[in-house]
Ligand binder design. Sequence first.
Ligand code: ZN
Length: 96
Amino acid sequence: MDKLEKEAIMKQTKKAFDRCPICGGELVEKRVEKLLRGGVDTAVVKVHAEVCLHCGERLYSQETVRRFEEIRGKLERKDVANFQHIGQSFQVAVSC
Ligand SMILES: [Zn+2]
């Protein structure tokens, strides 16, 4: 299952999962950093997520996923006036 599919599942679920849907592990609420990409730009977003203690899977609430989409849209439109500039991002090609 890829990331988009997982986000889609969360969208249909009002309440967070009790158990990890991937491995059945225990979930704890944590503050995490999520990297969002829109066009060539990226944004680091600090959000609450349910994180699986067993496999590390992150689950986001419906509201959080909607915010992600909003932020991706803003990045694509270069509507970043309210975003804090924290540095440059680089792409590095490594052949290994
Ligand atoms: Zn898990």
